[in-house]
Design a protein around this ligand. Structure first.
Ligand code: DDH
Length: 285
């Protein structure tokens, strides 16, 4: 009779390289959005983590609470069910992975497989109950400006440089009127991880969109690309703008800073087991 199995924690029973490959296999789908679940996986990982409050040490990705109705139902999380539903078969295939690890790992896979940097990631988050969901209002409001963005991200423990690096994720994906009310992608290659958020922000002329929807900007030239009011804060605010100019000019610097800040985001508030290894997954072909 071997009892060693009983004492092995679930997180140690998972082959994370294998989960990485299987998540990568779920990215492409020509019928979904721009052909990839990558952007919405990144957003799921970010919203799962971005509820962290360093003062009360509540929120964050630990617990995987974004899957519970109470938190999934927060307005900012509209549409993230597409990402969770897409990943659900992997939870069945790997019953020992926590949702919290699965959702954060999906963000890492998406960043890497869409052409971004290697993001260091550790397993060992544990799922918690609905009672551990955070209150609504911890994620940023896209209609507001620099002061609000700072309030939200300083609460998590980020500085201006890290905030400016993180928002570069808006090179990916799009806004959906059915989810946030806003409309459109930020650039012409929403399924590639690039520094185009910064280059577009600086190089295009942004004008208010004429429509009945919420106030947002479109590029004057084509009208196809968008910026949120909160995005424009990174151009208007001189401290944020320093980093925007740096990342627009130097994609390597952006990749390096994004990888660090994104990894930190996914670990906010997590109490990892002492022997949890750090993975640097190899990007697939
Ligand atoms: Fe974001 N984001 N985000 N965002 N985000 C939206 C989409 C995506 C804000 C608002 C919105 C980050 C920061 C901010 C991604 C990643 C990240 C949408 C549109 C809104 C609104 C949702 C929809 O309609 O589907 C605001 C405000 C901020 C801020 O104040 C800084 C950060 C830090 C990240 C990150 O990942 C590190 C991604 C990816 C998307 C595209 C999702 C998709 O489905 O496509």
């Amino acid at each position: 009779y071997f009892y060693s199995n009983e004492t092995t924690p679930s997180w140690k029973k998972v082959n994370y390289n294998s989960v990485y490959k299987d998540i990568a296999g779920l990215l492409e789908d020509e019928d979904y959005d721009d052909g990839s679940y990558g952007p919405v996986f990144v957003r799921l990982a970010w919203h799962a983590s971005g509820t962290y409050d360093k003062k009360t040490r509540t929120g964050g990705s630990d617990g995987g609470t974004i899957r519970h109705t109470a938190e999934a139902g927060h307005g900012a999380n509209n549409g993230l069910e597409h990402a969770r539903d897409r990943l659900e078969p992997l939870k069945k295939q790997y019953p020992n992975i926590s949702y919290a690890d699965l959702y954060t790992l999906a963000g890492v896979v998406a960043v890497q497989e869409l052409g971004g940097p290697t993001v260091r990631w550790r397993p060992g988050r544990e799922d918690k109950t609905e009672a551990d969901c955070t209150p609504d209002g911890r994620l940023p409001d896209a209609a507001q400006g620099a002061d609000h963005v700072r309030d939200i991200f300083y609460r998590m423990g980020f500085n201006d440089q890290e905030i400016a690096a993180l928002v570069g994720a808006h090179a990916l994906g799009r806004c959906h009127t059915s989810r946030s009310g806003f409309d459109g992608p930020w650039n012409a290659s929403p399924t590639s991880f690039t520094n185009f958020f910064y280059t577009e922000l600086l190089n295009s002329t942004w004008v208010p969109k004429k429509w009945n929807g919420p106030f947002q900007y479109v590029d004057k030239e084509s009208g196809q690309f968008m910026m949120l009011p909160a995005d424009m804060a990174f151009k208007k605010d001189s401290e944020f703008r320093k980093y925007v100019e740096k990342y627009a000019a130097d994609q390597d610097a952006f990749f390096e800073d994004f990888a660090k800040a994104f990894s930190k985001l996914l670990e906010l508030g997590v109490k990892f087991p002492e022997d949890a290894p750090v993975y640097e997954f190899k990007t697939l072909e």
